[in-house]
Design a protein. Structure first.
Length: 120
């Protein structure tokens, strides 16, 4: 549970306190991808491994597809099948709005996967 919370809040996977990104606000797009090399609280090594960005790309895809299923299926049951084109349009708009968050959550999921073996 602590790992999920620290992933959603973009905190260090070890101490769950310090932010992993230089700017905690994901909507400051010029600093969206800037990550710290070491955790300022616990000095945990947050250096990206080879293939980190490739893994992040897949994580971003998985998060986007999961979000779309969670949004589209209940919305089409509630509003009816005639609404599906509009629901897909709304889903697309939501994905564009949430893109910086999804980008960072994908990086956090990749970071957690890449560093979980270091914490043992
Ligand atoms: Zn830390």
């Amino acid at each position: 549970m602590a790992n999920l919370k620290s992933t959603l809040l973009c905190r260090c996977p070890k101490c769950h306190e310090a932010s992993v990104f230089e700017d905690p606000n994901p909507y400051h797009l010029t600093k969206l991808s800037k990550m710290v090399k070491r955790c300022p609280k616990c000095d945990f090594d947050l250096e990206n491994e080879t293939g980190f960005h490739f893994l992040s790309m897949y994580m971003s895809y998985i998060i986007s597809v999961a979000f779309s299923f969670i949004f589209i299926i209940p919305a089409s049951f509630i509003l009816g099948l005639d609404w599906i084109p509009r629901i897909i349009l709304i889903n697309t708009i939501l994905l564009v709005i949430l893109w910086p968050l999804i980008f960072r959550w994908a990086r956090m999921a990749s970071l957690w996967a890449a560093t979980s073996f270091k914490m043992e």
